[in-house]
Design a protein around this ligand. Structure first.
Ligand code: TYD
Ligand code: MG
Length: 455
């Protein structure tokens, strides 16, 4: 029998490679590939005969079934990101950088669910029960009927779950869990994968919802949350800048609701506070109209969100000028710089470019193209845009402006926040007449001429 050879696994994304290399082809991470013991191939030499195994029940697609009853925890931002509350027997992964506030968020959420009548369990593998209790006290949640456990041994946890049969269990974090049937250190890819698989299968078969916490790891031997993304129903990432108090919970996968939905929170002394009107928050730091600032009317998930895109353009002393981009797709920025240069005749060679989205939000919609170009041009020409102007539209490589979806929602939100003019692509479909002055432009060249004179 051929000897099973070791396999090489990326600790970032879990991709399996035949040999070691410095960079993972699947996700592009450096130094993330480690050697793992081979998975057991199962009993060899026998085929799965028709006589073995149980015949499964097959049904038709038209089978009548009531949608699962969802439970709302009352934290509106959290409920919305879940797709409208918690689905019974669902598996959820909450990923994020260490220290970003995952434990705080989930303690608040689990306390809220417990107060709504769900039987909730919080298993911490990182902190002692006393520590979690202290945090609960500080957050004013000490009276919530949540059962607390501090444990990392998966076998003990599963036995407890079997006996307790809760409605919801939080595992904080999956990287600390340890399954004794796998001969690998806690946190390694095989351990994390095995522990997640056991927990999710158990939860599904017993009707328990499970929330797994996963730390995003930068490098080293600890597996990241991406390794378990495919096993769960819903993947949420908790993001934010360490220096900022804003935190964004983003759904990147959701079998029970729209992906790319976001919930906005603010980290305060008393825990995470919900931010019901994120646009107002992201624009709150805007002062007098200044060159390099453009307001983008965006859509995050199902909700319009206005953000300020800030640009700074300065003469460079470097041979290849700096392109520093925070919160936007840097490939997109390069494309727009190239379009400005070759279609509009506005060079950025010899100029350092800095771009930023105020408040720490990540804006990845192509609809942000025009606002991004406006911020760049405004910074380069040192001309401030009107304070009551919002912008959206996609830019094609030919410099034409392409209409984007949900224009009406974007305009409505802008109007609500006191904006009175908008620039958008020609061909944008609008049903009702918006209460704003609309300028529909065909291409970027017209935009440049319109806003900044002949260029
Ligand atoms: P935590 O939830 O422990 O992060 P994670 O589980 O993602 O590692 O949050 C850690 C940070 O949150 C810590 O730096 C302190 C801050 N924090 C507050 O600002 N206010 C609070 O009420 C709490 C509980 C934490
Ligand atoms: Mg934690």
């Amino acid at each position: 029998m051929a000897k099973a050879s070791a396999q090489f696994t990326c600790t970032d994304c879990g991709a399996v490679h035949r040999k070691w290399s410095g960079r993972c082809d699947a996700c592009g991470a450096w130094n993330s590939i480690i050697e793992e013991a081979p998975l057991s191939a199962g009993p060899a030499g026998k085929s799965l005969g028709g006589a073995k195994g149980r015949r499964i029940d097959l049904t038709t697609l038209a089978h009548e079934e009531a949608p699962p009853p969802r439970t709302l925890c009352g934290m509106a931002e959290f409920d919305r990101v879940l797709g409208g509350g918690l689905v019974p027997a669902s598996a959820i992964l909450v990923g994020g950088d260490p220290g970003i506030g995952k434990s705080t968020l989930l303690l608040q959420a689990v306390a809220a669910f417990a107060r709504k009548g769900l039987k909730c369990l919080y298993i911490s593998g990182e902190e002692a029960s006393a520590q979690v209790r202290m945090r609960a006290m500080r957050l004013g949640l000490a009276d919530a009927p949540v059962s607390l456990g501090a444990e990392t041994n998966l076998r003990d946890i599963l036995t407890t779950l079997e006996a307790e049969r809760p409605d919801l269990v939080v595992i904080d974090s999956i990287q600390t869990m340890w399954a004794d049937m796998v001969e690998a250190a806690p946190g390694s890819v095989s351990q994390v994968r095995a522990a997640a698989h056991e927990l999710v299968t158990f939860a599904k078969s017993r009707g328990v919802s499970v929330i797994l916490v996963g730390h995003v790891t930068k490098e080293g031997q600890i597996a990241g949350p991406r390794v378990v993304e495919h096993m769960v129903d819903t993947v949420l990432y908790f993001e934010g800048e360490r220096g900022h108090q804003f935190r964004i919970l983003r759904a990147v996968k959701n079998r029970f609701g729209p992906a790319s939905e976001i919930g906005v929170f603010e980290m305060t002394g008393g825990g995470l506070a919900e931010v019901a009107n994120p646009s107002a928050l992201f624009l709150s730091e805007r002062g007098q109209p200044a060159p390099g600032s453009a307001v983008f009317a965006g859509i995050e998930g199902t909700r319009p969100v206005l953000t300020e895109i800030q640009a700074l353009v300065a003469p460079s002393s470097l041979a290849s000028p700096r392109r520093t981009v925070v919160g936007l797709d840097s490939g997109r920025v390069s494309t727009i710089l190239a379009v400005l240069e070759s279609r509009c005749g506005i060079p950025f060679a010899g100029l350092d470019v800095f771009l930023n989205v105020a408040g720490g939000l990540k804006v990845l919609e192509p609809a942000a193209d025009l606002a991004l170009a406006a911020a760049l041009l405004s910074a380069r020409e040192d001309v401030a845009l009107p304070a009551d102007l919002v912008i959206f539209g996609e830019i094609s490589l030919s410099a034409a402006l392409r209409p984007v979806g949900q224009a009406e929602n974007r305009l409505k939100e802008a109007e609500k926040l006191g904006f009175s003019q908008a620039i958008l692509p020609v061909g944008t479909k609008l049903e009702g007449g918006a209460g704003m002055a609309l300028r529909k432009l065909p291409d970027l060249v017209t935009f440049v001429g319109d806003m900044f004179g002949a260029g």
